[in-house]
Write a protein that binds this ligand. Sequence first.
Ligand code: FES
Ligand code: FES
Length: 400
Amino acid sequence: MSGSNFRFTVWFEGRGSIKGTNEMANLSINGKAFDIDIEPDTPLLWAIRENAGLTGTKYGCGIAQCGACTVHVGGVAMRSCGITVGEASGQQITTIEGLAANGTLHKVQQAWIANDVPQCGYCQTGMIMAVARCSRTSAEPSDQDIDGGHHQYCRCGTFTAGARGNSRRRERLRGRHESACQLNRRAFVIGTAAAGAGLALALDVPFGGPTVARAADGSPEVNAWVVIRPDNSVVIRIARSEMGQGTLTGLAQLVAEELDCDWSKVVTEFPTPGQSVARKRPWGDFSTGGSHGIRGSQEYVRKGGATARVMLIQAAANEWKVPASECTAANGVIRHTPSRRTTTYGKVAEAAAKLAPPADVKLKDPKDWKIAGKPLKRLDTLDKTTGATIYGIDVKLPAC
Ligand code: FES
Ligand code: FES
């Protein structure tokens, strides 16, 4: 038996507590073995987040009270801040990142998405892990089952764990649970989340011009707010924080409305303040608070979408050698009415990105809105139910 492969359980059981002494622990997390150099009495939560790098499990209270850190250990929902690495060693550990199976989200995650449950989402991964255990043990959960499965604190105030006797809460939770149990296991490919990942921003000119600014995947920026990929998917940049109120989705709706793109093909990404400074602040103010996230930027983000639409139409008109005034756009498709020719945003984005932006654009009358102001599904819910959302506590600075 060599050191690194030596089962931690054997060491721990044989030697008792080895406080202050690091040992090689072998933890099985989401079906993968992790050899971790750690003290055996370290809370499992630390090993999951800091050593295994799985940040979907959250630190809340650190004293086994709030439930933010709930994982499954040996098939039982447990608060990982309240169990040691030594106690968990040798058992199968499942975190939120491992809850989906074969690319299909767990039925509780599906129900969470169907009901747009999360606000900020911080407590939600722990809550989902607790409910997932509840749904495994009972197809028809009682109030007791539900309360037992949901004894979680929500800092947004959405579900207060102290409301055990609150029947309204029980009904809401039961409703969610029942919808989870009744949902078909329809395929929900997590790849949609991957599609939004890795979209680091190019640091190039923000608007138009002969040099095309590009996203990390090489897709052209039509302007600082809009990147269009060859497959017609649209990346909309969001420069305000999403704190749970739906700011991200609301701002994306405003840009998409003026852009006249296909909403089902919209993903979002956040530029960083550093990128903003490097590009001479093309996204304006980044501050979020006092309910100003949308109110304070709605006009210029709409102009970002409208400007991109005009440039895309102009690029198509140039290709067809027709006046842009004879062309219209809807759902990401540009149409030349007299000749009935059509093309897509994805096909002309490269040419559009090289055009000078119009000096001014006319915004739509809100009475004509089809996307903005409508109760659409939130774009941030999927990541919040899979543990993919990155919070301040999850950020690792270089060399840390
Ligand atoms: S962080 Fe573990 S229960 Fe609060
Ligand atoms: S802490 Fe529960 S959704 Fe924000």
